[in-house]
Design a protein around this ligand. Structure first.
Ligand code: ZN
Length: 237
């Protein structure tokens, strides 16, 4: 039994297609999407339609929320704000309705899933360090909590931080796992990222994939989105 956890696609169709193809090759049983399907990138409608078609459980992220006019974007930086307005103008009414229907969390006995933080899923806090993680761990009872939002693949245990490709979870311990970002990685690696979780082995693999980043780069410029949003994709920041 394997689950794929994807997050922070940000309307990057080339990265999403590459990730979904990889997931298909691994023969994954369940696909979870932790939100931020849109925002920053040039293909919001296409990405929503693919996610809707391929993912079993989909959550809402702060950029999805902004795209339907629900997030106060005053705190967004100038690039995020420009992209949010652009996305609002370009989304179809049907896709806006779909985003509006998405929940903040999904959970079962083994895991909680949320876009930003388990303490308050609707407030979009960031979990950026072990100190944040210790506080957030009080907010759930399952062994695992999967998050996105920071675009950095990292695993926090109660006593440690792991930044690598493969991790085995220990029974009786709690973890917060950031799935990384499909469409706008910010860990200095431009390759699309997602997490493959083996439910029997209790292990996790971060998969990194080359994709047609130059194509996404050109589309962002052509769409009239801020050039910075294209440039950051090439370096993964
Ligand atoms: Zn995001």
């Amino acid at each position: 039994m394997t689950a794929a956890i994807i997050s922070d696609i940000h309307a990057n169709l080339e990265a999403l297609k590459t990730v979904l193809k990889s997931i298909e090759q691994y023969g994954v049983d369940t696909i979870y999407c932790l939100g931020d399907i849109v925002g920053y990138g040039p293909n919001p409608n296409e990405c929503i339609e693919l996610v809707r078609d391929k993912c079993d459980h989909v959550l809402i992220g702060n950029h999805d929320y902004a795209a339907i006019g629900k997030t106060n974007i005053e705190y967004f930086n100038q690039y995020a704000k420009a992209a949010a307005y652009w996305t609002r103008e370009h989304l179809t009414p049907g896709n806006k309705d779909y985003l509006a229907s998405l929940p903040f969390t999904h959970q079962n006995d083994e895991m909680l899933m949320v876009h930003a933080s388990p303490t308050n899923p609707a407030h979009w806090y960031y979990v950026l360090n072990p100190y944040d993680a210790q506080i957030e761990m009080q907010a759930f009872n399952q062994p695992l909590c999967f998050i996105g939002h920071s675009h950095v693949p990292v695993i926090y245990s109660e006593s440690d931080v792991f930044r690598g490709a493969y991790y085995t979870f220990e029974a009786g311990k709690k973890y917060i796992v950031n799935a990384g970002s499909v469409g706008q990685p910010r860990d200095g690696n431009y390759k699309a990222c997602y997490a493959l979780y083996d439910l029997r082995e209790k292990s996790l693999n971060y998969i990194r994939l080359e994709y047609e980043v130059q194509k996404t780069y050109s589309k962002i410029l052509k769409a009239g989105l801020p050039p910075f949003l294209a440039e950051r994709l090439l370096k993964g920041y």
